[in-house]
Write a protein that binds this ligand. Structure first.
Ligand SMILES: Cc1cc2nc3c(=O)[nH]c(=O)nc-3n(C[C@H](O)[C@H](O)[C@H](O)COP(=O)(O)OP(=O)(O)OC[C@H]3O[C@@H](n4cnc5c(N)ncnc54)[C@H](O)[C@@H]3O)c2cc1C
Length: 385
């Protein structure tokens, strides 16, 4: 089997194919170095606070795997369940969060609604005054959510897969596919051809480009850049993940002390792993609206990653669309937290030629059948998910 893409999902898929299904003859083919893509570029937030009956079980299964991942991989991925707090600024937003909490509770996943006093106690640096630019009314909280060390996840899966006999080929870009009729029978790479009974694609933001090499276009995804930022290190000031309800911002403090944060996509399509200044300004302004005392901090680094935004905001984990080919993409903002469940269910799909119950709703044909999974009700606008 060949897996294209040495990101979190490709490496996790290889690990579960080897560990769960006994497949040993696997090559993971990576254009650059492992961890150089989004798996090493994200803001590391892990949670399962979704709303639909199709999405909650998938992300909750993933969260349960995160809770044991360091043990499963024998590698410390530094998972920290420090909680994820979503701020609410209007009564309507509280109502929407209550609805989401109830949906989670009905699916057996704990969630809490906090009032403003509890939020102030939990996050002392946050401006909860009535004069704040966006006064805080309360919050929606998942205590089991948190963060993990992103590059450790890439290395943990890579080392564990390698120990089970998986070959990881770096600096080996896939440049084409081998075909017999309509069946994919392997790949062409910059370093030669590799034949395979099954070929899986897990290249995140490069999906449209790689699938075009197989003659597949018109997939329901678009690529956009998402930027992230980290400040200089400071003493512990924020021990939970905070997301802002009046716009798009999420922030946490890394174990090294830097504040790690991000916001919206650059809204036009791009395959460049770098973003633009308007979003930088917007994210910085939003941060200060919430945490005025962070104004004197210096940003140490900024970077961009290529996001595979799907039309309904949910991923595609599917057999096909050609014989011998399997596709994993469309992760939007959600792919890091999904890494364990994505790898587990994609490995299942490849090994058994049928979806696992957890990824059955994520088949590509949902767009043909009209079974989109639009959590936020935003419609077919990938940049909005
Ligand atoms: C700034 C930012 C913040 C984010 N924050 C979060 C977050 O807080 N929580 C969360 O859950 N998700 C987050 N995400 C999303 C998450 O990082 C991605 O959805 C997820 O990492 C994508 O899967 P991956 O790890 O397999 O991708 P990648 O690591 O991008 O792996 C894909 C790999 O495919 C390789 N590739 C591409 N083309 C070829 C080719 N032709 N041949 C061989 N290899 C190829 C690439 O080099 C790359 O290494 C964020 C993303 C970004 C950019």
């Amino acid at each position: 089997m060949v897996i294209i893409g040495g990101g979190g999902h490709g490496l996790a898929t290889a690990f579960y194919l080897a560990s769960e299904h006994g497949v040993r003859n696997i090559a993971v083919i990576e254009k650059g170095g492992i961890g150089g893509g989004n798996v090493g570029r994200n803001t590391t937030i892990v949670r399962s606070n979704y709303m639909l009956d199709q999405t909650i079980p998938f992300y909750e299964a993933s969260l349960k795997m995160w809770e044991k991942l360091s043990h499963s991989l024998n590698y410390n991925v530094m998972f920290s369940s420090r909680g994820v707090l979503n701020l609410a600024h209007t009564p309507a937003q509280i109502d929407a969060f209550v609805r989401r909490s109830n949906s989670m509770l009905l699916n057996g996943v704990h969630a809490e609604i906090l009032d403003r006093t509890a939020v102030a106690r939990m996050v002392p640096a946050l401006d909860v005054s009535k004069n704040a630019r966006f006064p805080v009314l309360g919050a929606f909280y998942q205590a089991r959510g948190g963060t993990a060390r992103h590059d450790a996840v890439a290395w943990g899966y890579a080392r564990a897969a390698d120990r089970l006999g998986v070959d990881i080929l770096e600096n080996c870009e896939v440049t084409g596919f081998l075909r017999e009729g309509d069946r994919i029978t392997g790949v062409e790479t910059k370093r030669g051809i590799i034949r395979a009974g099954k070929t899986a694609v897990a290249v995140a933001g490069s999906t449209s480009q790689v699938m075009a090499l197989a003659g597949v276009d018109g997939l329901p995804i678009e690529s956009h850049v998402l930027q992230a930022f980290v400040t200089e290190g400071l003493k512990p000031v924020l021990d939970t993940v905070v997301t802002w309800g009046a716009g798009h911002l999420y922030i946490s403090q890394s174990d090294k002390g830097g504040l790690v944060f991000g916001g919206d996509l650059d809204k036009y399509n791009s395959y460049a792993q770098r973003g633009n200044l308007p979003v930088v300004e917007d994210v910085a302004a939003n941060t200060l609206a919430m945490f005025p005392s962070f104004a004197r901090l210096r940003i140490l680094r900024a970077w961009g990653g290529l996001m595979d935004m799907s039309m309904d905001g949910q991923p595609i984990i599917t057999k096909g669309p050609l014989d011998g080919l399997y596709l994993n993409c469309g992760w939007c903002y959600e792919g890091f937290k999904a890494t364990p469940a994505s790898g587990f269910t994609f490995a299942w799909t490849i090994a058994k030629d049928e979806p696992h119950p957890l990824n059955a709703p994520y088949r590509l044909d949902r767009f043909r059948r009209g079974y989109q999974l639009d959590e936020k009700g935003r419609g077919p606008y990938p940049g909005q998910h």
